[in-house]
Design a protein around this ligand. Sequence first.
Ligand SMILES: *[C@@H]1O[C@H](CO)[C@@H](O)[C@H](O)[C@H]1NC(C)=O
Ligand SMILES: *[C@@H]1O[C@H](CO)[C@@H](O)[C@H](O)[C@H]1NC(C)=O
Ligand SMILES: *[C@@H]1O[C@H](CO)[C@@H](O)[C@H](O)[C@H]1NC(C)=O
Ligand SMILES: *[C@@H]1O[C@H](CO)[C@@H](O)[C@H](O)[C@H]1NC(C)=O
Ligand SMILES: *[C@@H]1O[C@H](CO)[C@@H](O)[C@H](O)[C@H]1NC(C)=O
Ligand SMILES: *[C@@H]1O[C@H](CO)[C@@H](O)[C@H](O)[C@H]1NC(C)=O
Ligand SMILES: *[C@@H]1O[C@H](CO)[C@@H](O)[C@H](O)[C@H]1NC(C)=O
Ligand SMILES: *[C@@H]1O[C@H](CO)[C@@H](O)[C@H](O)[C@H]1NC(C)=O
Length: 540
Amino acid sequence: MGRTAPLVSLLAASSILFNGVSATLPTIAIKGSKFFYSNNGTQFFIKGVAYQSGIASAGGGSTSGDNSTGYNDPLADSTSCARDIPYLQKLGANTIRTYAIDPTQDHSACMAALDAAGIYVISDLGQPDLSINREDPQWDTELYNRYTAVVDSLSSYSNVIGFFAGNEVTNNLSYTGASAFVKAAVRDTKAYIAAKKYHAMGVGYAADDDASVRANVAAYFNCGPTEDQIDFWGYNIYEWCGDSNYELSGYAERTAEFANYSVPAFFAEYGCNTQGGGAAGREFTEVAALYGANMSSVFSGGFVYEYFEEENDYGLVSVSGNSVSTLADFNAWSTQIHAVSPTAVQSASYTPTNTAGQACPTVDANWQAATVLPPTPNQAVCSCMMASLTCTVASSVNTSDIGNLFNQVCGYNGGKPCAGIVRNTTTGTYGAYSMCNSTEQLANAFNAYYLQENSASTACDFAGAAQVVKAAGAASSCSSLIASATASNAGGATGTGAASSTSKKSDASGMIVGASFGAYKYFIGFTMLAVASGAGMILL
Ligand SMILES: *[C@@H]1O[C@H](CO)[C@@H](O)[C@H](O)[C@H]1NC(C)=O
Ligand SMILES: *[C@@H]1O[C@H](CO)[C@@H](O)[C@H](O)[C@H]1NC(C)=O
Ligand SMILES: *[C@@H]1O[C@H](CO)[C@@H](O)[C@H](O)[C@H]1NC(C)=O
Ligand SMILES: *[C@@H]1O[C@H](CO)[C@@H](O)[C@H](O)[C@H]1NC(C)=O
Ligand SMILES: *[C@@H]1O[C@H](CO)[C@@H](O)[C@H](O)[C@H]1NC(C)=O
Ligand SMILES: *[C@@H]1O[C@H](CO)[C@@H](O)[C@H](O)[C@H]1NC(C)=O
Ligand SMILES: *[C@@H]1O[C@H](CO)[C@@H](O)[C@H](O)[C@H]1NC(C)=O
Ligand SMILES: *[C@@H]1O[C@H](CO)[C@@H](O)[C@H](O)[C@H]1NC(C)=O
């Protein structure tokens, strides 16, 4: 987002026609660690509600959403929007968070209705089957296509503040390396928004509140080159339960930790339900603290979790067909949010003092993600590589066998056949083709092995999974593409395999590729589940 853009230039843009539709809401700009209305420079605080049904079930792979997409896009259903927006207004919400939208659907009716109601949107970019999977993290062409399609589909609406590139992906010490892929997604989505010249929209990350990783995760996403950093930090935080207070809850410590953060921070989820009485028993005394003098200079508000009452019992309303019943916590939150009046600064009189990012965490046993990030997914590079191969994956190969085939070919020649697809988050070593899809990556490894074995026919077999082909012949544009892809991934890249066409056993033992390519679904990194929220609560 245009943090450094002078506000005057945004002033002119604010009442522009978006997509031919007269938008009433000014875009939200970021300057330093605060949000501002772009029309008049008044600071903007998120008074947010998490708004998406069925995600817990969809994300957990259980019963509800049986749509072809497996999730219900809340911005595609104009009937539900029309039903719910009056309740969001009555609550006093000015922003909703959506978790999975379908870029092939039409969002114009809901977005216009939200706009008319003064409501902004921050949306996650993944969906339950396609997000960054902490157990087999990748940032590949398929995810890139999904993320950019979501950006495209919401880009024309002035009331879109931005996106989350991941939600609770690194949630304990086992998954710290996965943050490298999420940060690469942040970098590439930001670059995409800028290249398309869309209105200012930020790209952030929504973290859980796991005590073992939260400091390193916060530092990592706010460190290194500015173009790699998040535009905002969302905290899914369930520390304040029942009749707690600023000190007892842990809020005081969290606030001190973010006092110097150089981009806006806010709560991407809050609303502990363990105080007794479940969701309906919530009194939301934390709202006064969040928007009060201790915190409002550090945090830009937050999103209460969540609008819909579901099995996980966090709802403000219960919905049946077209009828909405408010629960007791609906009035509680509404009363609390209407009572706050956070001290707002004017953009023109605000000079950010905290302009430096954080120091990147040291790579050690507790942090496995280097500052150097995975490559930008680029289908053209993958296609060029594929066109150059003389040994490739047979079309008959069953995708469920791909994991085993990787294990086999990467086990040969000290791992050397897989140098072009290696992903090592601790050293920041990534093969130039590690962002291609799994079939393409396997083809790259088969071909490299074949060349290393001097094109012996027995080396392109793998029990029928590999087959010799006549190289299709790459387009003339390919050589420069391949050269720049390999140069920018100097660590592990070996071009099409030609560069490593020696059968000499090499010391490539430090290189491994993700072991579990069998996992085609990316659902594990997608966890706005009751379970995940519950885990956050006990880790103060
Ligand atoms: C600035 O504009 C916003 C959006 O129109 C509005 O809500 C806010 O009240 C304005 N600020 C002032 C100080 O008028
Ligand atoms: C998805 O399926 C549910 C239940 O089957 C249905 O109520 C909902 O309208 C569907 N949503 C979309 C976007 O098709
Ligand atoms: C992280 O979570 C996973 C899944 O819940 C668990 O198997 C693993 O042991 C955890 N790692 C640590 C270090 O707690
Ligand atoms: C924030 O910055 C101030 C001034 O540079 C410094 O004294 C303080 O230790 C910093 N706080 C944190 C939490 O980094
Ligand atoms: C602000 O912080 C002080 C000192 O920790 C605390 O006593 C007070 O309750 C806090 N105020 C709010 C509204 O949380
Ligand atoms: C692929 O393999 C799985 C597991 O062995 C099997 O269930 C499935 O039918 C196979 N698919 C095809 C198209 O052969
Ligand atoms: C991977 O890319 C190849 C083309 O290079 C394409 O034929 C194949 O369908 C892709 N696989 C997936 C799972 O997208
Ligand atoms: C990454 O590379 C280092 C140095 O070669 C090696 O020690 C480490 O085992 C590698 N990590 C993985 C996960 O392959």
